[in-house]
Design a binder for this molecule. Structure first.
Ligand code: UT7
Length: 334
């Protein structure tokens, strides 16, 4: 029988430095009131100069491995769009620093849907018996790609990392990924973009156009797409696993904006009180968003073993995805 992928460990890490809305308002034409009311974000964590995504990934990975002890990962999938370098992938360096030399390690780039995509890749490695235990990390140093002068993006995003350990098991066990759905629409690629640094606009030795290395987002259009696709992909997963919206104990949606999370709830008929929200403290951390939200919900005693959980995300690409599972008993290590 095909082995199922079962969550067996969870870890999260955010850099120490906290940036408040008021701190941003000293540098940008914005206010605490605007950021809170339009996004729900109050603070976010930002790396110190010299730190990179792999540093965040290693911290979250260490904690997930400790949480899954004595299991030892034999594959690593890292979701990120802020790799340490355009080449090579960041995952092999993370594996080596975690003492996992020799295992297959790869990056997955699906922007804010990255963690759900990486979960699917991890589950695929287990299903095809390429691996028995997969460390799946979502890590982003988003502050490194934001335009410091752009008030439409800088208040939204934060840095951080979260990880789970997937192990081979049986569908009937708590923690088994019962159903997943993934999708993309490249016609919306220009809604969320970094223009330079890839093969379309590669380095010539001369400085790139102003701001071409910075992240740009057409926020209002992304908002509408995010609500539609997170609700749509979630409904497809519910259908696959035979759950009704009222069966969902916790919706763990990508933490982009509290208005988006609540709009997804409204569209699906899930009470807003059943949505996990930690974006007020960490902002939008892209691929790290879902595991950070899971860890926060476990730490606060909201998310408990055997509860029915629906994960969903939307991001640049455009990409989206969802997954359903019964939450397992997992322990967090500080
Ligand atoms: O993670 C991947 C997915 N990402 C998302 O899902 C993000 C989706 N988008 C959003 O969350 C929201 O669109 C934003 C939070 C980015 C923006 O909120 P909004 O309610 O859609 O605002 P808007 O872009 O329609 O802008 C409204 C006004 C504009 O001024 P005018 O044109 O009405 O005069 C903006 O220039 O607010 C202005 N504005 C700001 N004002 C103060 C934009 N950013 C700021 C700011 N402070 N930081």
């Amino acid at each position: 029988m095909t082995p199922a992928a079962v969550i067996a460990g969870l870890g999260a890490w955010v850099p120490r430095r906290v940036v408040t809305n008021d701190m941003l308002a000293e540098e940008l034409d914005t206010s605490d009131e605007w950021i809170r009311s339009r996004t729900g974000i109050v603070t976010r964590h930002v790396i110190e100069a010299g730190m990179a995504t792999s540093d965040l990934a290693v911290e979250a990975g260490k904690r997930a491995i400790a949480s899954a002890c004595p299991l030892r990962p034999d594959a690593l999938v890292l979701a990120t769009v802020t790799p340490d370098h355009p080449c090579p992938a960041t995952a092999p360096a993370v594996a080596t620093r975690l003492g996992l030399d020799g295992i297959p390690a790869m990056d997955v780039a699906a922007v804010c849907s990255g963690f759900i995509y990486a979960l699917a890749v991890g589950a695929g490695l287990i299903a095809t018996e390429q691996a028995t235990t997969v460390l799946v990390i979502g890590a982003e140093a988003y502050s490194t790609i934001l335009d410091p002068q752009d008030r439409t993006t800088r208040p939204i995003f934060g840095d951080g990392a979260g990880a789970v350990v997937l192990r081979a098991g049986h569908r009937s066990e708590p923690g088994a990924l019962l159903g997943m759905d993934l999708g993309s629409d490249g016609s919306g690629a220009d809604l969320i973009q970094v223009m330079a640094g890839g093969s379309r606009q590669r380095g010539t030795g001369r400085p790139p156009g102003p701001g071409d290395h910075y992240f740009r987002m057409r926020g209002r259009e992304v908002f509408q797409q995010a609500v539609f696709h997170m609700a749509d992909t979630s409904c497809r997963v519910l259908k696959k696993v035979g759950w009704q919206p009222e069966d969902v104990d916790w919706l763990v949606a990508h933490q982009a904006n509290v208005r988006i999370v609540h709009a997804v709830c409204a569209q699906m008929g899930i009470p807003a009180a059943r949505a996990v929200v930690n974006l007020d403290r960490v902002g939008n951390t892209s691929a790290a968003s879902i595991p950070l939200a899971l860890a926060d919900a476990v730490a606060r005693g909201q998310l408990r073993a055997d509860q029915r959980v629906l994960l969903t995300a939307f991001g640049g690409g455009l990409t989206w995805g969802a997954a359903a599972l019964h939450w397992p008993q997992v322990h967090l290590t500080p």
